[in-house]
Write a protein that binds this ligand. Sequence first.
Ligand code: SF4
Length: 337
Amino acid sequence: MNRIELLSPAGDLERLKIAILYGADAVYIGGKKFSLRSRASNFDLETIEEAVKFAKEHHARVHVTVNMIPHEDDLIELEEYLKELERIGVTAIICASLSVVKCAKKVAPKLEVHLSTQHSTTNSKAIEFWKKMGVDRVVLARECDLSEIRSVSESTALPIEVFIHGGMCISYSGRCTLSNHMTNRDANRGGCAQSCRWKYRMLEEETFIHDSKHLFSMSSKDMMAARYIQSLIECGVTSLKIEGRMKSTYYVATVIRAYRMLIDRIYEGNVDEEFMNKILDELSRSENRPTAVGFYEGQPKACDQLYGINGAGVTQEYIASILDYDMETHMPSQESF
Ligand code: SF4
């Protein structure tokens, strides 16, 4: 039986290495082109090549996001880019447009094509369609509950990937134009200004509808689905995805390590309440917003939202990376920081 994949985000090469060393089976990264979250720190082709080499040495895989909604001009150079990713040895691309799916199948057939959650796939009929189009894996919409995930997984032969941890959109993922409207920054082309998390006052013309003193936000709590991992394994899900390509090295290390330990213990049949509480405690150290279980239990309730607060305060302080340690004392030496 194939073990479920733990899929980590990585915003740069350091975080990619940390993710793999801390237990990720696969890592997803953004290239400098064709990716949401197009930032200067994204991977250029040379760095993707280095990332793939490191991943292969550690029996891990690299997925590259090609998930922007491309406009006509964006298609220029796409073929060359996909051919390069295939040559480098990238395992999969994650895309959100049929144009990218078709292009990849034509020019880089060794690349697996994974359909992004941006496409809001919520049922097996849609997956059947994408299978015919050549898609090799579907990342389900975060808006599916556990029974839907089970039903979809049982009714399709395509591998299914689901989110288990990280930030949520208040809108259907990929269908939000709030940022476009407020800032002219397109969330579907990597520019989301996270406008849902701003602090607002509500007025009808000159009259406050809401209390004039109290600000409100439209943000939801982050997802933390550790208690559902066993069920997701039993459902036959292929991959468990962590959100957060912009998150810190500390976040990647803590979250990946916690889920690695949990998954391994589930396969050993050895998870009791005490162990689960340790995992939950560990995961809570990485958070900078309160967490809920997303849609796993059905529609989120008012208590799963962050109406009143932004909640982005960091609760832990990152002080150092230990690069080496004394084999006898098991303590880091001064030079190893
Ligand atoms: S503004 Fe908020 S809901 Fe909209 S895409 Fe950005 S994070 Fe998601």
